[in-house]
Design a protein around this ligand. Structure first.
Ligand SMILES: [Zn+2]
Length: 425
């Protein structure tokens, strides 16, 4: 079979959806408000352990060699014709947020498994090995750091730092890896794939609204998080003349308006996003001027220069507000990840694959963080997005991609993996 013929192969959609449903039943709960089943499968919880055991069994049944590394990432290897060549890796995560859906992460892991199952059915061996990966704690909901497994595997986060992270009950990552039986023997940082490709639900409305089948992900935007503590003076709402106030609430409101302005002009590009997600006043009374506000700022931008300028703008504005309103502002950056640009040749491979399957496609920037961004530090990497119903809602039990949408994504993934796995040195 030629490479051209191989790229037109199709997966078994029923088998893919059956696997998604079966994994989705682990940690399933009924969401009364939406009247749908959601998924609660926090990283390193008993539910995550059960999901891991199921996926591991499926990997083994597909004839793959499974290993677990020291941060609990699961790798399943399919041999190629030339075992000296680096593998093509594809995967994602199976942990979920507390109120998640069946597709976030699971589609990428089970989609890669379906690719291998299809190649097995057709008795096709690629030149390079293929590795499927399920990464530990992508969501970061339990231990506070997202993309944890892939970040440790690729060297951004040190293993001991990751081990020491604790959940709300004080349990560490290392204790919980041991407790669920997934503290693996393989050292981290040893894997350098030929390429990494991840299929994921878009988690946003763009593709479904435009009627596009496949998103070719160009990169991941940079994220800058800040915690602000604004201190003024709490005083009587009626007896304190306006000119005598040091109103922390007013300062927070002004800063929030400034953030909105930063996203409406062209100064920081059309993709600039800014959100004040937490605004917590003290004492939080109807007739008292807030003396203290705890607030957060989330800035996102795909361009690191623009992000840097936006951060500077925020700092300058905080100074300005301090003087104008007589408040004090303590600002601390709590997280910062750089913008990631995915590999052009892998993006082209995805576009070519989508064309082969007669699927509409367009380039799109990822709004959320993904395991693929960590792998882009060590090998050529890109992602495939599939649309979802309900405006592509995710991190929500209403998350839903149809069998057709999932199959479009995984057929594209199949073509991309086969193409990359037939590449030479
Ligand atoms: Zn995800």
């Amino acid at each position: 079979m030629t490479i051209g013929e191989r790229t037109q192969l199709k997966i078994n959609t029923d088998r893919l959806m059956h696997s998604i449903d079966e994994l989705g039943a682990i940690g399933a709960y009924h969401d009364a408000e939406a009247n749908v089943m959601g998924v609660h499968r926090l990283a390193l919880s008993p539910e995550d352990a059960e999901g891991r055991r199921l996926v591991k069994r499926w990997f083994e049944n597909a004839g793959l060699t499974v290993s677990v590394d020291a941060i609990g990432n699961i790798y399943a290897n399919r041999t190629g014709l030339d075992s000296k060549l680096a593998p093509v890796m594809s995967g994602s995560h199976i942990d979920s947020v507390p109120t998640g859906g069946r597709f976030d992460g699971a589609l990428g892991v089970l989609g890669a498994l379906e690719v291998v199952r299809t190649l097995n059915d057709l008795d096709i061996t690629t030149r390079r090995p293929i590795t499927i990966a399920a990464f530990t704690d992508e969501e970061g909901c339990r231990f506070g750091t997202d993309m944890l497994g892939s970040a440790v595997a690729t060297g951004r986060i040190a293993l001991d730092d990751a081990y020491g992270l604790t959940d709300a009950d004080g349990k560490t990552v290392k204790q919980e890896l041991e407790a669920i039986g997934f503290l693996g023997a393989e050292p981290v940082g040893k894997r350098t794939p030929h390429a990494f490709v991840e299929c994921h639900v878009e988690q946003g409305p763009a593709l479904i609204h435009e009627g596009i089948d496949i998103g070719v992900v160009t990169g991941v935007q940079g994220i800058s998080w800040h915690k602000l503590i604004i201190t003024g003076t709490s005083a009587h709402a009626g007896a304190t003349p306006m000119g005598f106030r040091k109103d922390a609430g007013l300062a927070a409101a002004r800063i929030n308006c400034r953030l909105h302005e930063m996203c409406t002009g062209s100064k920081y590009g059309s993709e600039m996003r800014a959100t004040m997600g937490v605004i917590h006043p003290e004492p939080c009374m109807i007739n008292v001027i807030p003396g203290r506000i705890t607030a957060t700022v989330d800035l996102r931008n795909p361009d690191d220069n623009a992000m840097h300028n936006a951060e500077q703008d925020l700092d300058d504005y905080l100074q300005h507000i301090t003087k104008e309103l007589g408040v004090q502002i303590e600002s601390r950056q709590t997280a910062r990840t750089p913008a990631i640009i995915f590999d052009e040749s892998v993006q082209i491979a995805i576009e070519t694959a989508a064309k082969t399957h007669e699927l509409s496609h367009r380039r799109i920037l990822a709004g959320a963080g993904h395991d693929a961004q960590e792998w882009s530090a060590v090998c050529k990497t890109a992602m495939i997005f599939v649309p979802g119903l309900n405006d592509g809602i995710s991190h929500n039990p209403r998350e839903l991609s149809t069998p057709r949408q999932c199959a479009d994504g995984i057929n594209t993934l199949l073509s991309v993996i086969t193409r990359l796995a037939d590449e030479g040195e």
